[in-house]
Design a protein around this ligand. Structure first.
Ligand code: PLP
Length: 428
């Protein structure tokens, strides 16, 4: 018997503990969701042992007849899921994750030190959109390429498209990036296209966060407007940790060469198989229904919080995210709230909000509903979750220390009652 439990009981038990945590805590991390048993089976399969540098039917290793079929199936399912014609669109399913997928686009379509523009990290963008801080480049994407960020309008919490257009006309980027990690509203893809056209830029959307919503039709699609669309497959898409790049056919050769041999070696065939499974599952009516429910749940959660005095950046949400400005509305920072909630079995993440000075002690919290929704929770549950959040925020504001206090212990017990019990009830 060479099963994990016998070979490595320590890791076995740690995995068991994490599984228990995932299935009992109230999880509101916006970038997480729950991969199905079928996805995890593909991920844990013998495909992890294969080497297959190259692309289907053009590999640098023998023994890839089956792997070729797996990769081609993943490609055709990816195009089909987003309603794309193989005559117009190409897809590369080999990126190891979202960050390498983005870097592959830049290295494939730009020259070193060409200019790009993306939403600034503190305004909700991602590190890989060229992030630099006052001391210089933080992400390699800001080191090897010149980047100028665009921003939110602090008054509305929405992307300031007019200011973006003005600076794009001055800066003349080769690549304009839309897409975000913590932006609760729809992005105006048509406006982004028009700005890209005015400066002759390639338009890329990084739809990592919203890919599942887009696949289900619960969010507008970036494809009609963009030249390139990247994504992770492990957020709302509920697949394995991996990345994917869609591009118009004219860019196909450059993108493929940038992924392999430009940046990567052998593809993770087990992840590619698992992504094919996730794309199949995403065509099922239950997935679609769930993605619409994710949006309804975020809206219900946001409304409950606003009623309790929390300010939402932009005043609400159109997607799976509520971005809460707890500093300006309740006078407490996001880091302290995150810690108190974590000790009480609610996972959220602290997040910058417009006007913040520090990323370590920001004024906001990012809450996402994909995971709880995939566990079967609905708007009624979100009201209860909202009540817990408000109580947790209140405890964080009033307690002097965060460990060992009776109040915190009682709160944790109440949360366990809701999280574990409700998830069990839904499962039965
Ligand atoms: N793009 C966006 C918009 C993201 O939010 C993230 C991750 O949070 C990434 C890219 C990077 O993905 P990964 O963590 O898989 O590298």
């Amino acid at each position: 018997n060479r099963h994990l439990e016998t070979v490595d009981p320590e890791i076995f038990r740690l995995i068991q503990r994490e599984e228990q945590r995932q299935f009992s805590e109230i999880q509101l991390i916006a970038s997480e969701s729950s991969a199905s048993t079928a996805v995890i089976e593909a991920l844990g399969s013998c495909l992890t042992s294969k080497y297959s540098e190259g692309y289907p039917k053009a590999r640098y290793y023998g023994g890839n007849i089956v792997i070729d079929e797996v990769e081609m199936l993943a490609q055709s399912r990816a195009l089909d899921l987003f309603g794309l014609s193989p005559d117009e669109w190409h897809v590369n399913v080999q990126p190891y994750s979202g960050s390498p997928a983005n870097l592959a686009v830049y290295t494939g379509l730009l020259k070193p030190h060409d200019r790009l523009m993306g939403l600034d990290l503190p305004d909700g963008g991602h590190l890989t959109h060229g992030f630099r801080n006052a001391r210089g480049a933080v992400s390699a994407t800001g080191l090897f390429f010149e980047s100028l960020p665009y921003h939110l309008d602090p008054a509305t919490g929405l992307i300031d498209y007019d200011a973006l257009e003005k600076s794009a006309l001055n800066y003349r980027p080769k690549l304009l990036i839309c897409g975000a990690s913590s932006y609760p509203r729809h992005i105006d893809f048509a406006r982004m296209r028009s700005i890209a056209d005015k400066v002759g830029a390639i338009l890329m959307c990084d739809m990592a966060h919203i890919a599942g919503l887009v696949a289900a039709g619960a969010h507008p699609s970036p494809f009609p407007y963009c030249d390139v669309v990247t994504s992770t497959t492990h957020k709302t898409l509920r697949g394995p940790r991996a990345g994917i790049i869609f591009c118009r056919k004219e860019f196909a050769k450059k993108i493929d060469a940038a992924v392999f041999p430009g940046l990567q070696g052998g593809p993770h065939d087990n992840a590619i198989a698992a992504m094919a499974v996730a794309f199949k599952e995403a065509k099922e009516p239950e997935f679609k229904e769930c993605q619409f429910q994710v949006v309804k749940n975020a809206s219900a959660l946001g409304k409950r919080l606003v009623k309790g005095g929390v300010k939402l950046v932009s005043g609400g949400t159109d997607n799976h995210i509520c971005l809460c400005d707890v500093k300006s509305s309740l006078g407490i920072d996001g880091a302290r709230v995150e810690r108190v909630l974590e000790l009480s079995h609610i996972s959220v993440n602290k997040n910058s909000v417009p006007g913040d000075k520090s990323a370590f002690v920001p004024g906001g919290l990012r809450l996402g509903t994909p995971l709880l929704t995939s566990r079967g929770m609905d708007e009624k549950d979100m009201e209860k979750v909202g009540d817990f959040l408000l109580e947790g925020i209140d405890i964080a504001r009033t307690l002097k220390k965060t460990t060992g206090t009776k109040k915190l212990k009682e709160f944790k017990r109440a949360v366990d009652g809701m999280g574990g019990a409700r998830i069990k009830e839904i499962a039965e």
